[in-house]
Design a protein around this ligand. Structure first.
Ligand code: VG1
Ligand code: CO
Length: 543
């Protein structure tokens, strides 16, 4: 088969964001748009000739087409083998696992995660390195630089390959191996968790609902919860992955997983409710009558992880993204282990995990994971919760209440202003940055600013520096607000405000979160008058 060298012109907007390149489908459908980016990835890598690439996606609209493009471009560029999930399906954590298990050179994951899918919605391409994790900034910057000057791509002149039948086939000199997307992943979960204990819990009448949101975790959840753990059929809902996720946002938060939330707050609630996102790396945890914020979940999982066989030796350290609440810090302190604060995005955890400095990591955006892979992992978090519930035989509510009694409670919320005018959002951030030096010492009601800065991260392993990772306003007593612009949106800009208050007094652990944070929210809007800049008077999403 012939390798074609196709002349192309660069696009100027292929800068990977927090998690890969994300654009609307019609943008990806422009002539050579996807091809340019894929070739730019390969042009930024060295010494992959004859090696293995892992490939899969979350099944969203345009997934199959781009799978074929990647296969042909990978073959033309000299990869020896591509392991592709059957039907083009791999959850993000499952892809990370395959890369590690089979010592692949790297992987390509096609997903726009929690963003909606469909002909006019979102698509994404992400490159993962040999440790199974998202490419670090050094590589994403090289890819972007290459994409701005690319003038040709290589592609095999071949027909489409069947990706629905398990087994090996040839594409030119390259082997394409179509693999079961679930098997290796499910086996890893069996090794990390006490499946017998969870099975016994479920036999004892404990009920659960897992909402796969018509996204990639459906087949994984069916296999693990219902087939292997014996949860009754029907425990997993919305389990058929659909290219448009049934017309919904596959985002497991209180806005988009409202049905689950309402059920969990009703008198028909099962004991435990959970959901995952488009590509299976996020998790939502709701006990009967109680939503567990992702920041709290990270802290509670870390405090109880020893109950699961995979973590019985204890944790080396905990890492959290800067906007994530400090709840995990108190657990790390008590355990006498390291705590690391990184910028937003899983790529910053890779070095800490590789260096065995951190075992469990988490983000306030519903991402939790550990050193078992190099991505956040939705089902892993659900299984660790189930393992803990099986070990403690207490309700989620009891576990949370006791946790707060021991460690204090970090009231926490994030307010998003989605799809606002990008120029207005940038101006707001620039103006805010300009006034940082003047803020310390100023008061907003009872709140006095002690520190205000633009977060910069110094990676303790490779000593790289990442600047402008979010503006932090810290108040006396440990409360804070953080401002950031999203790096995953595809239209306009999204302003995120993260609000946190620490409450040590157990008598004050039953407050409504928004009320507990009301004065901080007010101060945030005084400091950065979002309404004046954007015309918006309320957030589009509150988590
Ligand atoms: C968001 C979250 C971040 C997460 C990223 C990718 O990024 O805040 O914590 O790592 O999405 O998650 P941003 O830049 O929009 O705030 V996923 O599930 O989209 O891979
Ligand atoms: Co995701």
């Amino acid at each position: 088969m012939t390798v074609l060298t196709v002349a192309t012109k660069p696009y100027d907007d292929q800068k990977p964001g927090t998690s890969g390149l994300r654009k609307k489908v019609p943008v990806f459908q422009q002539p050579n748009y996807a091809e340019n980016f894929i070739q730019s990835v390969f042009d930024s890598l060295e010494n992959f000739e004859g090696k293995t690439l892992v490939l899969g996606g979350d099944g969203r609209y345009y997934n199959r087409e781009v799978i074929q493009k990647v296969l042909k471009i990978a073959a033309a560029n000299g990869f020896g083998r591509v392991m592709v999930g059957q039907g083009g399906i791999l959850s993000t954590p499952a892809a990370s696992h395959l890369i590690r298990k089979y010592k692949a050179f790297g992987g390509i994951v096609l997903s726009a995660s929690h963003n909606p899918g469909g002909p006019k919605e979102d698509f994404g391409i992400k490159y993962n390195i040999g440790n199974g994790g998202p490419a670090p900034e050094k590589i994403t910057e090289a890819i972007f630089a290459r994409s701005k000057v690319i003038d040709r791509y290589l592609i095999l002149d071949a027909g489409d390959i069947d990706i629905d039948e398990i087994g090996e086939k040839k594409l030119g000199d390259m082997t394409v191996e179509v693999v079961d997307p679930v098997a290796d992943y499910a086996e890893m979960m069996e090794n990390l968790f006490d499946f017998d204990a969870i099975r016994a819990l479920l036999k004892s009448g404990f009920t659960l609902r897992f909402d796969a949101m018509h996204a990639v975790t459906g087949p994984y959840a069916k296999e693990i919860f219902e087939r292997r753990l014996g949860a009754p059929e029907g425990s997993v809902v919305n389990f058929v992955p659909l290219p448009d996720f049934g017309g919904h946002h596959p985002d497991p938060n209180l806005v988009y997983a409202k049905d689950l939330y309402d059920l969990m707050m009703s008198d028909k609630a099962p004991d435990f409710g959970a959901a995952s996102d488009g590509d299976g790396d996020r998790n939502l945890i709701i006990g009967r009558g109680i939503f567990v914020t992702p920041s709290d979940s990270l802290a509670m999982l870390a405090a109880n992880a020893h109950l699961a066989p995979g973590y019985k030796a204890g944790l080396k350290g905990i890492a959290r993204s800067m906007p994530t609440s400090g709840a995990a810090d108190r657990v790390a302190e008590k355990l006498g282990i390291g705590i690391y604060e990184t910028p937003t995005g899983w790529k910053f955890f890779g070095n800490l995990l590789d260096a065995d400095m951190a075992t469990i990591c988490g983000e306030e955006s519903a991402g939790t994971g550990s050193n078992h892979v190099r991505e956040k992992d939705g089902l892993w978090a659900v299984l660790l919760w189930l393992n803990i519930l099986a070990g403690r035989r207490e309700s989620v509510k009891e576990i949370a209440a006791k946790h707060w009694q021991t460690y204090g409670r970090n009231y926490y919320s994030r307010h998003d202003y989605e799809e606002v005018d990008a120029a207005a959002a940038n101006k707001l951030m620039t103006d805010l940055r300009d006034k940082l030096v003047t803020l310390p010492g100023t008061s907003f009601g009872d709140l006095t600013v002690v520190k205000a800065d633009d977060f910069a991260y110094h990676d303790p392993v490779d000593h790289s520096v990442s600047e402008h990772q979010g503006i932090r306003i810290l108040f006396e007593g440990g409360s804070r607000v953080v401002f950031r612009l999203s790096g995953t949106g595809t239209s306009g800009a999204t302003i995120r405000i993260y609000i946190e208050r620490f409450e040590p007094d157990a008598a004050r652990h039953d407050l409504d979160t928004q009320e507990a944070l009301a004065d901080l929210i007010k101060a945030a809007h005084k400091i950065a008058p979002i309404r004046e800049y954007t015309g918006r008077d309320k957030p589009s999403v509150i988590t």
